[in-house]
Design a binder for this molecule. Structure first.
Ligand code: ADP
Length: 161
């Protein structure tokens, strides 16, 4: 059985992330979305909120599960016996960071963790969690980028009327 992890901060999940999850779920037998609980970062949404948003959005995908994890991805994958990490690439600018991280994960896992990249879908190529947060600050439209319930949470936290 081919199992893979899609790790990220998902602060919050966007339709760009969801698109990668749906496509990965067609390629792999089981996809774990690993929500990073990083105490050094201060995300807008708590790890529980980020997990719940993803659970709701993927509830019709039977081979996708949502988990949070802390610490090194390589250690988590070793403990879970997962050997494939999925990452999304939007543009060449993503590549350098992703390349560095995949090399590091490969080294830390003693070549037990392979990174697989999925290209973004064109219509989501400019979409990121930070851009939706910026749009929300100014009360801009979010319906093409995140589910309605997520847009409401974003406005509630960020939009100062
Ligand atoms: P991180 O903080 O770990 O970079 P993110 O939550 O921002 O995590 O993103 C997780 C993964 O999803 C990354 O590989 C990122 O490149 C990818 N990703 C984010 N937005 C998109 C998008 N619109 N299209 C394709 N991949 C994306």
């Amino acid at each position: 059985m081919k199992r893979a992890i899609y790790p990220g901060t998902f602060d919050p999940m966007t339709y760009g992330h969801l698109d990668i999850i749906e496509r990965a779920a067609k390629i792999f037998d089981e996809v774990t979305v690993g929500v990073l609980d990083n105490k050094e970062k201060t995300p807008l949404f708590s790890v529980e909120e980020r997990v719940n948003i993803l659970k709701e959005a993927t509830k019709d995908l039977p081979n996708v599960k949502i988990e949070s994890f802390g610490g090194l991805l390589s250690e988590y994958c070793k403990a879970q016996d997962i050997h494939i990490a999925i990452r999304g690439l939007r543009a060449i600018t993503d590549f350098e960071y992703e390349f560095q991280m995949s090399m590091m994960n490969s080294k830390l896992s003693h070549n037990e963790l392979e990174t697989v990249y999925l290209n973004t879908t064109l219509k989501y190529s400019y979409l990121s969690s930070s851009s939706v947060k910026q749009i929300a600050q100014f009360g801009g439209e979010l319906e093409d980028f995140v589910p309605k319930s997520v847009a409401e949470m974003l406005y509630e936290r960020l939009y100062k009327k």
